[in-house]
Design a binder for this molecule. Sequence first.
Ligand code: GDP
Ligand code: PGA
Ligand code: MN
Ligand code: MN
Length: 596
Amino acid sequence: MNAISQDAVASASGSKLEALNAWVAEVAALTRPDTIHWCDGSDAENAALTAKMQADGTLIKLNEQTHPGSWLHRSDPDDVARVEHLTFVCTSERDDAGPNNHWMAPADGHAQMDALFDGCMAGRTMYVVPYCMGPIGSPLSRCGVEITDSPYVVANMRIMTRMGAPALARIEKEGAFVKGLHSTGELDPNRRFIMHFPEELTIKSYGSGYGGNALLGKKCHALRIASHQARSEGWLAEHMLILGLQNPQGDTHYIAAAFPSACGKTNLAMLIPPEGYLNDGWKITTVGDDICWMRPGADGRLYAINPEAGFFGVAPGTSKKSNPNALACLQRDAIFTNVGVTADNQPWWEGLDNGQQPATDWRGEPYDAAKRPAAHPNSRFTVSAKSCPSYSPEAENPAGVPISAIVFGGRRASLVPLVFEARDWTHGVLVGAAMGSETTAAATGAVGVMRRDPMAMKPFCGYNFADYFSHWLSFDNGANKLPKIFHVNWFRKSDAGKFMWPGFGDNLRVLEWMIGRVKGEAGAVETPIGFLPTDADLNLDGIELDDEARAKLFGFEQAGWQAEFASIGEYLGEYGPRMPQALKDEQQRIAAKLAD
Ligand code: GDP
Ligand code: PGA
Ligand code: MN
Ligand code: MN
């Protein structure tokens, strides 16, 4: 065993906050690194770290002419996505974590993790990364410190959060922070766990370098720990994008939308209006693409901030046609993980459609279409939000932006129409609770299997879903002016198996209808599942939809919905007596209407 050096012990005291120094010293005593580096987030620090990673092969330099300041990282082939079966919520009471989480008693969780961390940083540098989720000056923001032995994690945290000196200053002032301990360990899938201790505001993650498992500010803090905190403090931490929709008159409405991972959040957040709309002066601004923290303001409306500072986006499918704003962000200073490269070292992925060809696949082998795709289906880019042409100045507003509409959505090949509106808040909470979606490559496991993913939070809610739905219902207290709630499905397929809705920029047509509903101007027909537009209530000028598409995108299929509501009833029942009665009543009310 190698003992921790005196130098390391001395450098444990890098802050003015005793509790932070003590924790860093305690972690160093357990993990026994060679050195401790407190990250200040400076350019010089980043340059030194990047040079070190280039030298040891962690980062591969991309073509400096076409992609200045950009890098490729190839992860371990067994470490390419979130691992939900290895992710735990460790609350003292098992029922507080709920059937929606894997659970372990906190003492057992700590024992298991500390055994893995024992001596794991020997010969390595331990980085102490202070970060702030949300604008440094916002009362809605929350801070954390991630300790990691991965410089790749540091480089990504620098883009994804407000990291370094300003965050440390806020932490020293507040005295409170979320503790996150991370080590890539030996990347053995059998020695990999992501554990959360919400009652202690603590995260321990071992054995993975992948974004959602390793960048602890993101899913672990900003969703699992924050959702738990939000419940006791009266706010919401959600898996939602936030966008501003500006109409030709110059009014902006903000919309928050929850779709499961790899179901279209980043694309919707950066949408460029179709030509006719552009000419008329419609515009979308991006506040956030993955996480939304919101709480009622003095006027009773919900105000939202994006706790992140960057985008960790899905690369495949991103093209000049589908998402020009994302492509513009990727011109410089981006980190690409598990994409392919061209012969002249430009990043490449399926659906990039720029006329170039891959030479090397994501595993570093010569590209062979018969063997594997050039880019892993869950390959990602990490890029600063500031580099996005549509980034909203309001994203830096410490007060957040007022939300006019909340949207839930998933990947549903059948049954679910393009869009519908919930009758009221309670119905809207049921619509969110009942969300179903086909699984994607963002998590390990089978792809394309329909599962319940309430509010797109199945992998991210840090407590019992029954309590989470009660918390959502509690916002309808008579004083709040709550947004309208909608449900969308961009992924409805024809009998021939093709997507029927053009999606992407044309999704603006659906957003326009929503704001029309908010203002009481747009038409709809009432059905048992909510208000549906007819194909005449949406502006469909310039797109072609055949009869099958019109029937399925705007239709209500009574028999199918009867079966769906029976399945929703069973799902709510799985949570037993803890499930709020108001939600069960709402399900039964609609099921009864469907039976008429
Ligand atoms: P996120 O992970 O929720 O942020 O999802 P992304 O916006 O990164 O999209 C995930 C995948 O869905 C990408 O391959 C996109 O090209 C695809 N996608 C996004 N929006 C649409 C849409 O409106 N229609 C269709 N058919 N595909 C979409
Ligand atoms: P996504 O983010 O929602 O943009 O896919 C990553 C994830 O949820 O794993
Ligand atoms: Mn996500
Ligand atoms: Mn995304």
